[in-house]
Design a protein around this ligand. Structure first.
Ligand code: NAD
Length: 244
């Protein structure tokens, strides 16, 4: 129970990687504030299974003018977070020549701008207690690029820049900021990919399998726990060796 007594905020906790991280952190003793666009269908069961240690917040982080207020309200309600998993994200893939301004802007708004506003608001509160760990969900695509994902790649590359810059600003006040860069992970987000594209991607993975959400959750647990207490400003690939 390495997160006993810790309070964590996890965005995009309704499904996918965020849900798996939520379950893992609960199993390790943390109290969780899960945030998503809406309540998941199985929320009642999840709240009961967590025995009072899961709280739920609904918000659209794409409303950029509201992000600070949403975070401040969550901080007030919880009494402050020890861990923040900045995980909510979207894709709107298209080839660069065909990409609309709306497709570009929406992905930048949610994956980069909202993630930055949320991270700095939580970080500011963490510095008061001189402790905390922020985990930004980037992507290997933010480091290496990907055809059809100029918007998504730019947003994740930007988030890596935010991670490194914020880490430098808050390190002296005991707060750590790191990023995870998952590769190809099985989730609803990647279910939309064509079989041919999936096969092409898997051929590039030395470990010869798609990543599981559990693989990302284990890496998030490492950054959340004291096991990584001397690590900040880093980007950890969780990609089966894809870009080694
Ligand atoms: P997902 O689509 O299954 O889950 C994303 C969650 O974020 C959803 O529950 C969604 O409702 C929530 N969300 C989206 N927009 C939101 C908003 N405006 N406000 C509040 N919540 C919002 O995706 P996933 O595969 O679990 O991905 C989680 C994170 O991991 C994302 O940041 C994604 O970019 C990143 N990632 C995923 C993969 C992958 O292969 N699945 C690879 C690299 C990085």
């Amino acid at each position: 129970m390495v997160l006993n007594g810790k309070k964590a905020l996890i965005t995009g906790a309704g499904r996918g990687i965020g849900k798996t991280i939520t379950d893992k952190f609960l199993a390790q003793g943390a109290e969780i504030w899960g945030l998503d666009l809406r309540e998941p269908d199985d929320l009642k069961e999840r709240l009961a299974a967590a025995g009072g240690k899961l709280h739920w917040l609904c918000a659209d982080l794409g409303n950029l003018g509201e992000v600070d207020k949403v975070m401040e309200a969550a901080i007030k309600e919880s009494g402050g977070f020890d861990i923040f998993v900045n995980n909510a994200g979207i894709t709107k893939d298209n080839l660069a020549f065909r990409m609309s301004q709306e497709e570009w802007q929406k992905v930048i708004d949610i994956n980069l701008s909202a993630a930055f506003f949320a991270a700095r608001t939580v970080a500011r509160d963490m510095t008061r207690k001189k402790a905390g760990s922020i985990i930004n969900m980037a992507s290997v695509v933010g480091v290496h690029g990907n055809g059809g994902q100029a918007n998504y790649s730019a947003s994740k590359a930007g988030l890596i820049g935010v991670t490194k810059s914020l880490a430098l600003e808050v390190a002296s006040r005991g707060v750590r900021v790191n990023a995870l860069a998952p590769g190809y992970i099985e989730s609803d987000m990647t279910a939309a990919i064509s079989d041919a594209a999936r096969q092409f991607m898997l051929e590039k993975v030395p470990l010869k399998r798609a990543g599981k959400q559990e693989d990302v959750a284990e890496a998030a647990l490492f950054f959340a726990s004291d096991a990584s207490s001397y690590i900040t400003g880093q980007v950890l690939p969780v990609d089966g060796g894809m870009f080694t």
